[in-house]
Design a protein around this ligand. Structure first.
Ligand code: ADP
Ligand code: MG
Length: 591
């Protein structure tokens, strides 16, 4: 008996969908690209629940005629190529004729289209799970509207695999950034759950970058331009002082198409060598135009990777043009990497000569005494504002009590604390121990009703792009809960007026950078919940025990607090906190 079967069209489409449609953002990418291919001047994107409930794109492009509308959701239905030679002449984004059929097989899709300027009638097709359920003549203006509902409704395993709305929305915004930047001559509107995220008028490339990433990006941009036979390079890089630890805002557009390319990325990093720290990344927006026959875009199903014939030459041209631009704008490697002022100074202090307020924790301070007599703002760097319990201060309060039977302990190299237990010697990594203690304090505080807050002398302004702000919104309530106060939490700006008292003010900027870096919970696997992530990142930047080396009692309390933790062995970031050397091991040294 034969065991080989031909897959049904439905199954084949679902398999193809696995390749093309990984998550809502892939649908957004495909249908936006179709609208661009259709010659649309204005494209509107609406999504609900990060695209899980609805993704709709409305364009004023060429439209699809009645016969094509019936075909466009079939596999390999494309108007863009008819034979394989056409592949080499391709100017459009799509050509495989796979996107719509794939999307239609895993969602409920409605396409309404009119291809005639002078008619108010168009056609509408509805497809559910790959099966046509309706086809009607409807009133429609010229152009196409595609709505994709309930993605993966018929593949629960895939639907369950989708990440939180925040994570999925971030992917959509990333995709939108790429498309909006490479098609700056098209008007875009992007609305999520009735909240308009972008409204971009057609403009030149530079203006589009500024519109997408906020007005402050204007001062960061340096133009890059180079014309050779092999490649024409045009775009912008960020001044080195605006480089960041996260690899966001890095864009290559080859012949108008966003691509990822580590090799070219390396070229840009090389051009910045000596200007930024090794673990910082430059931001760039680079358009490279090359003769179409010298690239192969067909090596990746999502077409975000590309093969060049002349990649080595392009690499060299890119380094020299970026270096040239950095040089022209008088940016030479003069940053003192040891003091690192430019990179670490919080944004709003950049041009101020005022002393940055530093958290000096007053150990004799009893919050209850001060409730009625607020601390003098002039003499203190901060004010305590609200207490309901002093639970969270136990860690420090206990330090003042001291212990009656003292433990032999001393500090080594300001990094380690050496002590003993019954079995032998214990070496504690001080920083990790502090992180663990503070992590557990913060976690506990997140379940308290009210927590201490410390007003900053100067409110701190931090800038972000839209997708970063969207992500930060998801942790905003945890931060407020932990004593943060925000004057502004807007499209591109956060203004912070108060923070948790244990945070080192100098590190607040870095704290937020870390939130963004660790933010993608799904991909980072650092945390499974937002609260956990917030506690972890905060623990990294807390100023607990800054004066550890001056006080033996404090060392001792740190040891006690550490071993009172739920898990004293491993830091919140998974690193070993202490190691023992047993008497047995010690005796071996002296054999
Ligand atoms: P491809 O883009 O690779 O050709 P798709 O499955 O994405 O394949 O689309 C199939 C066809 O449907 C396209 O070739 C095009 O003819 C038509 N089409 C899809 N979306 C639009 C649109 N917004 N406007 C006009 N035509 C469209
Ligand atoms: Mg397409």
């Amino acid at each position: 008996m034969s065991i080989i079967k031909l897959l049904s069209e439905k199954v084949a489409n679902q398999i193809a969908a696995g390749e093309v449609v990984q998550r809502p953002s892939s649908v957004v990418k495909e249908i936006l690209e179709n609208s661009i291919d259709s010659g649309a001047q204005t494209i509107k994107l609406y999504i609900k629940d990060a695209g899980k409930t609805l993704i709709q794109v409305i364009d004023n492009g060429s439209g699809i005629d009645k016969d094509d509308l019936k075909l466009c959701c079939l596999r390999h239905a494309t108007s863009k190529i008819t034979n394989s030679e056409d592949l080499f002449k391709l100017k459009t984004m799509g050509f495989r004729g796979e996107a719509l059929s794939s999307i239609a097989s895993v969602s409920q899709i409605t396409i309404t289209s009119n291809c005639l300027e002078d008619s108010s009638l168009g056609n509408q097709i509805k497809i559910e799970g790959g099966k046509q359920t309706a086809f009607n003549e409807v009133v429609a203006i010229k152009g196409t509207s595609i709505s994709v509902k309930n993605l993966f409704y018929n593949i629960p395993a895939r639907r369950n695999f989708l990440k939180s709305d925040n994570v999925e929305l971030k992917h959509i915004i990333d995709e939108f950034h790429r498309i909006a930047l490479s098609n700056h001559k098209i008007n875009f509107v992007f609305t999520n759950n009735d909240n308009e995220l972008f409204n971009l008028n057609k403009s030149i490339f530079k203006e589009r970058i500024i519109r997408v990433f906020g007005r402050s990006s204007e001062q960061k941009l340096i133009p890059v331009e180079e014309n050779t036979e092999i490649a024409k390079i045009k775009g912008f890089v960020f001044k080195p002082e605006y480089s960041r630890k996260t690899r966001s805002s890095q864009f290559f557009f080859i012949n108008g198409r966003f691509i990822k390319n580590n090799y070219l990325h390396h070229a840009i990093k090389t051009a910045y060598k000596g200007l930024i720290l090794d673990d910082y990344h430059p931001s760039y927006f680079i358009k490279i135009d090359v003769p179409r026959e010298t690239i192969d875009v067909n090596i990746h199903p999502n077409k975000t990777e590309i093969k060049f014939d002349n990649d080595q030459s392009i690499y060299a041209i890119l380094i020299s043009s970026v270096k040239h631009s950095l040089g022209q704008f008088n940016i030479s490697p003069t940053i003192d990497f040891n003091s690192n002022v430019n990179l670490n100074t919080p944004y709003s202090f950049k041009d101020k000569s005022a002393n940055v307020p530093k958290v000096e924790y007053d150990q004799a301070f009893n919050p209850f005494n001060n409730l009625k007599n607020p601390v003098d703002v002039k003499s203190k760097d901060f004010v305590f504002e609200s207490y309901e319990s002093n639970d969270k201060l136990n860690v420090v309060d206990e330090m003042n009590l001291g212990l009656s039977d003292s433990l032999p302990a001393f500090q080594l190299d300001s990094r380690y604390v050496i002590t003993k237990n019954r079995a032998g010697l214990v070496i504690i990594n001080q920083k990790r121990a502090q992180q663990r203690i503070m992590y557990e304090v913060f976690l506990k505080e997140l379940s308290n009703k009210k927590n201490p807050s410390q007003t900053l002398l100067f409110p701190l302004k931090l800038e972000f792009d839209n997708s970063e702000i969207e992500y930060l919104k998801s942790i905003k309530s945890s931060l407020i809960h932990l004593g943060f106060k925000f004057n502004v939490f807007d499209n591109n700006l956060i203004e912070i007026s108060a923070v948790h008292p244990f945070l080192d003010h100098n590190l607040i900027n870095k704290l937020f950078q870390d939130f963004i870096e660790y933010g993608d919970i799904s991909e980072n696997k650092l945390s499974h919940t937002l609260n956990d992530l917030v506690a972890k990142v905060l623990s990294k930047h807390s100023s607990y025990n800054t004066n550890l080396n001056t006080n033996e009692k404090v060392i001792e309390m740190m040891i006690n607090n550490l071993f009172a933790c739920k898990d004293s062995r491993i830091s919140p970031f998974g690193k070993l906190i202490h190691k023992s050397i047993s008497l047995g091991e010690i005796s071996i040294f002296f054999k």
